[in-house]
Design a protein around this ligand. Structure first.
Ligand code: 2DT
Ligand code: MG
Length: 204
């Protein structure tokens, strides 16, 4: 998916349940990359700034209700609308550190009753495939220290436990370059020696 002229940037994704500290680790990683002389930028999904993202934002803040399949497709559309920009940046040699991606999409929707993994994965088939997916593992003791959930949809312990199980299923996919990190140690300067080949998300 890239016209390889120079050296492209890497697509690095951070995933995990809520409160795992993904956002903090993303900024640390971007800083570390920049300090080592690699251009890097952070992105996040959902990107609540676009028209589609605003619909998602209102849903997450419980200001609107959306049918479950509909919101799943909006989350996916919110990734697809950013693909041209992502490809452009990667081609320019910028490494993208992304806070959540299609894996959150699948893990969260498939945690709802009546959703199969393969149905959930289908809309994201063809997205740029990450070179690395770091999963931030939040251990229960740490979770307790981090206190109560906020007010957003999905922020309940019961739901998050199911989400964690779905992530564990997704991590069995050997075609994805998963790395598990503990929230206690963070991702560090993380051995980011990556083989960059341009491929797309597919169904297993
Ligand atoms: P943040 O708290 O990181 O803003 O996420 N989610 C996210 C989905 O259900 N599907 C998706 O495709 C994505 C990217 C996870 C807000 C919530 O949105 C959920 C938490
Ligand atoms: Mg959140």
């Amino acid at each position: 998916w890239l016209g390889m002229a120079g050296k492209r940037g890497a697509l690095i994704v951070l995933e995990g349940v809520d409160r795992a500290g993904k956002t903090t680790q993303c900024s640390k990683l971007v800083q570390a990359l920049q300090q080592s002389g690699r251009p890097a930028e952070m992105m996040r999904f959902p990107d609540r700034t676009t028209t589609i993202g605003q619909l998602i934002g209102a849903y997450l803040e419980n200001k609107s209700d959306l049918e479950d399949h509909t919101v799943h497709l909006l989350f996916s559309a919110n990734r697809w609308e950013m693909v041209p920009l992502m490809k452009k940046k990667l081609e320019q040699g910028i490494t993208l550190v992304v806070d959540r991606y299609a894996f959150s999409g699948v893990a969260f929707t498939s945690a709802k009753p009546g959703f199969r993994l393969d149905w959930c994965m289908q809309p994201d088939v063809g997205l740029p495939k990450p070179d690395l997916v770091m999963f931030l593992q939040l251990n229960p003791a740490e979770a307790a220290l981090r206190g109560q959930f906020g007010q957003e949809r999905y922020e309940t312990s019961v739901f998050q436990r199911t989400v964690q199980q779905r992530f564990e299923q997704l991590m069995k996919d050997q075609t994805v370059n998963w790395q598990v990190h503990s929230t206690l140690t963070g991702v560090g300067e993380s051995s980011i020696k990556l083989d960059l080949h341009c491929s797309e998300m597919r169904l297993e």
